[in-house]
Design a protein around this ligand. Sequence first.
Ligand SMILES: C[S@@+](CC[C@H](N)C(=O)[O-])C[C@H]1O[C@@H](n2cnc3c(N)ncnc32)[C@H](O)[C@@H]1O
Length: 290
Amino acid sequence: MTQPTFDPEAYKATTRAQWDEAAEAWQRWGPTLERWLGPATEAMLDAAGVGPGARVLDVAAGAGWQTLAAARRVGPNGHVLATDISAEILARAERGAHDAGLSWVSVRTLDGEALDVEPAAYDAVISRVGFIYFPDQAAAFASMRRALRPGGRLAGVVYSTPEANPFFAVPAAIIRRRAALPAPLPGQPGPFSLGAPGVAEQVFLRAGFVDVTVQTIAAPLRMASAAECLRFEQESFGALHAMLAGVDDAEREAAWAEIGERLADYDGPEGFVGPGELLVVAGQRPPPTG
Ligand SMILES: C[S@@+](CC[C@H](N)C(=O)[O-])C[C@H]1O[C@@H](n2cnc3c(N)ncnc32)[C@H](O)[C@@H]1O
């Protein structure tokens, strides 16, 4: 079997299209996302030192739920620039900030690997479940580092391991098997690409960050039932749809049915509780010397 080649530009085009498509659902499931990602979000904002008056760059901001949390912290004397490769999902962030009266938020459609922003202009760069999408990690982390003032901090949230996140790992594995897809190679984007012990830390260190820390945060996904979780993943997890693109309708239906059965393992007296675990990774652009 020939090794399939990975085309980073095609990958990014597909990713953008997926998130344009999933924008409405990611916005609509916001309250669920906040229950699931809320503690990690607060830890990320703490680790990035986001406080009153700070200038914050949010990378892969999506529908902007964490943008709003950052904006509330910085207040009117600060500023948050939310960026994303998908203009469609970023429009949700802009609308959310407007509706919440957070006029110190602005948005720009930008690829995180090439952040065309003023260099050294930000006190903090944040990215929630965004680092895992970059085919060229070196370019992305150099770009985020350049945006920070010396001494400024980068912090992001990533999934830990597949074993600790079965609500996502199990569906991905089922689809991978049914669609006969190869596992992503090391260094390629993927949900768990930065989750193994030491991997994210090394990426930060290689990019020239110092004072690198990694916190592990329990993040169970709580829903009314496995059926609701299945709906959430079908509507919002564009990556799963992309993996199913090459199979026929019957096989696709069979895959979702199998996923539904396996997710039911996590139904119990309190509804669906899918074990989950996130890492908050942070580092500092070296402060000026002397
Ligand atoms: C899982 S969503 C997270 C959105 C948001 N940060 C949140 O936590 O709700 C991932 C986001 O990454 C964005 N993304 C993917 N590749 C990107 C890239 N190369 N540059 C910027 N954003 C990217 C997607 O468009 C999507 O909005």
